[in-house]
Design a protein around this ligand. Structure first.
Ligand SMILES: Cc1ncc(COP(=O)(O)O)c(C=O)c1O
Length: 434
């Protein structure tokens, strides 16, 4: 099923409109959705696609889950917006209660609601700075934390996220992160972190570190337990706030509500977004109650933060994430995805590594396994070929050569059989004759 871009199609018309009106800075694929359910999207031409990207991890509960849709419709008919600082509503409290239940550890914990992952990161940094009265933030190689000024400053990949958009936020220091496949071990990265505290900034000036338990945009790199523990221990020793960025890895993607709980660590603060809203835009920060209460009233918030309709959706989505049966399903689902990816890797030399945690998995593609030269062009080609065949994919990684799988956790065995068959066929074709 090749995508027909020919003149006269609705897709071609919409693409022309898009080019006329929508900023070129927003990267897009030439598909326009008509409707979507579960793990499938139907476009304006009536073609069906299996969705292996899930809004980049925002749709763990699937497209248009019936209970979320019903909650949104019911809430929208009652009231759509108040601004929580003007008139309060119960849905905000119920959402925070559930989001706080996702924060691993004994507590007491509290939280606040925001609009996006980047905004959650901004606020976690503000809380950490305020509470510690320190300025510096340490982030890591391959890290991604959003596109706002602070978010992009904390992000490690200049293209496309930072180039030409400086100056970046001040007092940010970057430390190595483990990438065993490309020669950076947990031990070396931890040594690098210790060195940052010696050679770049004194620990007494560091407010926080921010780390994704599984680096997403960086290429689905699960942080080894010894690295997370080592960084966390140094933070505790020096009174540095540990922020776990759970925006992509959290909300059941790895089986558990947070990804860091696989390592038995209770972070001081955590950032949440994406699948928390069941498809609606909402995010938040959770953490130690003393930190969440440190900032003076009015110091945090925003017009649409914790919008009532988004809260209604989030309550349903969070109940699902917190349900032990859903977590067991997500874990088994992740095992199934890994087995399917390992099987593809066993048949294709160009798969250098399959990695991830739970159902947050990717394969890194290389020219050959000996040199590990990144196969970025072929990765882009796989994405295009798969799209023509009815599968939506997206690359990631520092070298643009990882294919990530963030298929909704509600995908059926048929969705997966069909999707992985297209993925494998496209992979074979992209490397054929090279
Ligand atoms: C780990 C992480 N943090 C922050 C963000 C930014 O989230 P948003 O795009 O909702 O601002 C993302 C987005 O992909 C992310 O993966």
């Amino acid at each position: 099923m090749a995508i027909d871009q020919g003149t006269g199609t609705r897709t071609a018309e919409l693409q022309a409109e898009r080019e006329r009106w929508v900023s070129a800075s927003v990267a897009t694929q030439p598909i326009f959705v008509d409707h979507a359910h579960g793990a499938r999207i139907t476009d304006v031409e009536g073609r069906e696609f299996i969705d292996f990207v899930g809004g980049i991890g925002s749709l763990n509960c699937g497209h248009t889950p019936a209970a979320v849709v019903a909650a949104v419709q019911e809430q929208a008919a009652r009231y759509m917006h108040q601004m929580y600082s003007v008139v309060q509503y119960e849905g905000y409290i119920e959402t925070v209660k559930r989001m706080v239940a996702c924060h691993p550890g004994a507590g007491p914990f509290k939280g606040l609601l925001l609009n996006s992952g980047a905004e959650a990161v901004e606020n976690a940094v503000k809380i950490a700075r305020y509470a510690t009265n320190r300025d510096a933030i340490i982030c890591f190689d391959q890290g991604f934390h959003g596109r706002t000024l602070m978010g992009m400053s904390l992000t490690s990949k200049p293209m496309p996220y930072k180039k030409g958009m400086g100056p970046y936020a001040a007092e940010i220091y970057r430390s190595p992160a483990p990438y065993p496949y490309r020669g950076v071990s947990a031990e070396e990265a931890l040594e690098g972190f210790r060195k940052v505290l010696k050679s770049q900034i004194d620990p007494s000036q560091v407010a926080a570190v921010i780390l994704e338990p599984v680096q997403g945009e960086g290429g689905f790199l699960p942080m080894p337990s010894e690295f997370i523990h080592g960084v966390h221990a140094l933070c505790q020793e020096h009174g540095i706030i540990y922020i776990s960025d759970e925006v992509q890895a959290g909300m059941g993607r790895t089986g558990t509500p947070s990804a860091i709980e696989h390592h038995g660590i209770s972070p001081d603060l955590a950032t949440w977004a994406k699948s928390m809203g069941g498809g609606m835009p909402i995010s938040g920060v959770t953490g130690r109650a003393d930190l969440l209460d440190a900032v003076h009233p009015g110091g945090l918030g925003g017009t649409f933060c914790g919008n009532p309709v988004a809260c209604a959706a989030a309550i349903v989505a969070l109940d699902q994430v917190l349900d032990p049966d859903f977590q067991a399903h997500a874990t088994a689902f992740g095992d199934d995805l890994r087995a399917r990816l390992d099987a593809i890797a066993s048949r294709h030399e160009n798969v250098g590594e399959v990695r991830g945690l739970g159902a947050m998995l990717a394969m890194e593609l290389v020219q050959d396994r000996a040199t590990k030269a990144p196969a970025a062009e072929e990765t882009a080609r796989i994405v295009a070929l798969a799209r023509d065949r009815g599968l939506i994919l997206m690359g990631s990684g520092l070298y643009g050569n990882a294919i990530r799988v963030l298929v909704p956790l509600v995908a059926t065995p048929d969705d997966l059989d069909e999707g992985f068959a297209i993925l494998e066929e496209s992979l074979a074709d992209a490397f054929a004759g090279r």
